[in-house]
Design a protein around this ligand. Structure first.
Ligand code: NAI
Length: 354
């Protein structure tokens, strides 16, 4: 049963169906911008939309009632327990409104007969451009300049940067986002080295050179991560990888926090092996990101240490957050559910590539 305590914890809104509307979609981790975009896009579909601001996990399962589809985001936990309980409640499909699906236990979903679909490519440029924004902020220290000038401090001391032009860029993962990032960096006049299980011939024709992961580590001045989080990529940035990198390397991660062994990166920053770090994602972001914790005591000492470095820039998983991307996410997510409803093959079903 949906109890009063749960009611008090959540922020709920119903949009009634316009058409037959027998398909209800229950959203978790829903923010005002999600509601706005999905409500607008739903005009063409007529689903019943129910929004919960809290993230999905065992604590909220009781709130799921008479719903056919759940719409989840990056930090919603879809482990065996949650999927099993969702299945018991009659949920048939989980529509992820994101590209990554590392938070979903796919074998468990299969076991319980729940189909998982996602939005594999929504404005990859949104994420790629954010990675570039992080790089240029770190490099030219515009975040520091902004604060200084507001305080009438017009001194330039301490703001020395470097040209990106001509620096060797290393890209791990050249799918949709990595490819967009490569194209931007080629435009900056940079040689681009990449590593991917499946080299992209179009990028090769543009001048991107595919090499081993280790060679990317050893040759890159600037390293950007764009591969999914899975067993083969978990902690790919570890003490050994950091040891073989160029001294002072700039490392940007807009992919998933688990790609980086955060403690190793802190050691790398302390030893100055890592010269710049830009993170839009963080290993333990689940209990922090997407919330205003400005009046809370943060118990996570690792992120506090990261935030204390002058050469570290952290954004809270906002790389996707553009009008264009949100619109595409909403359109594809609702289309995914619609495909399921109409018994069509799911064109965006989540599956690991072997
Ligand atoms: P994609 O699936 O188009 O590309 C991923 C690429 O990584 C593929 O080409 C794949 O072959 C490659 N790859 C897989 N395992 C690898 C390995 N061990 N070594 C090297 N390459 C490997 O995915 P897309 O759309 O480019 O997204 C990449 C990641 O970005 C997502 O998995 C997601 O985690 C993250 N993301 C972050 C967002 C944010 O707001 N910060 C928004 C969207 C995605």
């Amino acid at each position: 049963m949906f109890n009063a305590r749960v009611h008090a914890l959540i922020n709920q809104e119903y949009i009634l169906p316009k058409n037959q509307g027998f398909m209800k979609i229950t959203f978790f981790s829903a923010k005002p911008y999600d509601r706005e975009t999905f409500n607008k896009r739903n005009d063409g579909f007529g689903f019943e939309l129910e929004y919960f601001e809290t993230h999905l996990g065992p604590h909220i399962i009781n709130a799921v009632e008479q719903t056919d589809a759940v719409c989840a985001f990056v930090n919603d936990k879809l482990n065996e327990q949650v999927l099993g309980e969702l299945a018991q409640k009659g949920v048939k499909v989980v529509a992820l409104r994101c590209a990554g699906f590392n938070n979903v236990d796919l074998p468990a979903a299969k076991k319980y007969g729940i189909r998982i679909c996602r939005v594999p490519a929504y404005s990859p440029e949104a994420v790629a451009e954010h990675a570039v924004a992080m790089l240029l902020t770190l490099n030219r220290k515009t975040h520091k300049a902004y604060n200084r000038v507001r305080e009438q401090n017009f001194s330039l001391t301490g703001l020395l940067g470097f040209n990106v032009n001509g620096k060797t860029i290393g890209v791990l993962g050249t799918g949709n986002i990595g490819a967009a990032f490569c194209r931007i960096m080629l435009g900056f006049g940079c040689p681009v080295l990449a590593h991917d299980l499946y080299p992209n011939p179009q990028l090769i024709s543009l001048g991107v050179q595919y090499v081993s992961r280790e060679e990317v580590f050893t040759r890159a001045d600037i390293l950007s991560l764009h591969c999914p989080l899975n067993e083969s990529t978990h902690h790919m940035i570890n003490p050994e990888a950091i040891r073989i990198m160029k001294k002072g390397v700039a490392l940007i991660n807009t992919s998933r926090g688990g790609l980086i062994d955060t403690k190793a990166v802190i050691d790398g920053l302390k030893s100055k092996q890592i010269g710049y770090l830009g993170l839009d994602v963080y290993e333990h972001e689940g209990s922090l990101f997407f919330r205003d914790l400005s009046t809370n005591i943060i118990e996570d000492d690792t992120i506090q240490r990261l935030m204390s470095f002058p050469n570290v820039l952290i954004t809270a998983h906002q790389a996707f957050l553009t009008h264009e991307a949100l619109d595409q996410i909403a359109g594809t997510t609702l289309r995914n559910v619609d495909e399921y409803l109409k018994g069509k093959p799911l064109s965006q079903e989540a599956a690991w590539v072997a």
